[in-house]
Design a protein around this ligand. Structure first.
Ligand SMILES: [Zn+2]
Length: 237
């Protein structure tokens, strides 16, 4: 079941039988079905790559989805991570090992993803509290850095610090793959408890809203058509 919020702000739901089918949200962006933890997206336009990987152990779900869409491993150009949280980077290393594809993240996130630095704030303690999940988290040896204003396979990288120091949004033709900058549906900010820097977060939302937006594809919550009351709420005049 995918839930989509329409342009009029009315919630719409539709089901798709995934037996042999795949789910295209918009403009060559697929929501990879059944990935646990956070949403993982397969972008096919202009070239195939994966955004975020869910919790540890989701690599086979992602590979199965690639297979369903007819994309061969050799055609995949890499995986890019919106930020360092375990529910987004959990299967990145396994996917890298299985596909041989490079891994990308903002340069400020790399020390945290690689395990060289402890995650800031309360997230520092999560590995102790959620040992079964963090115990399965492998640390990559090599991650390619991306930076603000980079172009990644024709998608713009927007550095959107706030939820984490090196959080990024991928933007192209009105479509924003926003990670945990915003949550979908009744669009809102990610919980304050897990926010690294609230004033940065606010600035980052404004930075995203400077661009024309048609779709918000968040890490959590439904894909959301980008207009209506929530946009006015966030937009500053
Ligand atoms: Zn997060």
């Amino acid at each position: 079941m995918l839930s989509v919020i329409s342009r009029e702000g009315e919630q719409q739901h539709f089901s798709i039988d995934f037996g042999g089918m795949f789910l295209l949200i918009t403009d060559g962006v697929h929501l990879i079905d059944k990935v646990k933890g956070s949403h993982s997206f397969l972008v096919t336009d202009p070239k195939p790559f994966v955004v975020d990987t869910g919790l540890p152990g989701q690599e086979q779900v992602i590979l199965n989805y690639l297979k369903q869409t007819g994309i061969k491993l050799g055609e995949l150009n890499g995986t890019i991570l919106t930020h360092f949280d375990v529910d987004h980077v959990g299967s990145a290393v396994a996917l890298q090992q299985l596909t041989g594809c490079p891994l990308y993240a903002h340069e400020l996130e790399i020390p945290y993803i690689s395990g060289l630095s402890l995650r800031p704030g309360v997230k520092r303690w999560l590995p102790l509290l959620v040992r079964p999940i963090y115990g399965k988290l492998a640390n990559p040896l090599k991650i390619e850095p991306v930076r603000d204003n980079d172009t990644f396979l024709d998608w713009e990288i927007i550095h959107t610090p706030g939820h984490t120091p090196g959080h990024i949004v991928l933007y192209r033709n009105g479509v924003g793959i926003v990670g945990d900058l915003l949550q979908g549906g009744d669009i809102r900010l990610a919980p304050a408890l897990f926010t690294w820097n609230a004033s940065n977060l606010d600035k980052s939302v404004q930075k995203l809203l400077e661009r024309p937006l048609r779709w918000i594809l968040p890490g959590h919550g439904p894909a959301t058509a980008a207009s209506g009351h929530w946009l006015d709420h966030f937009k500053r005049t």
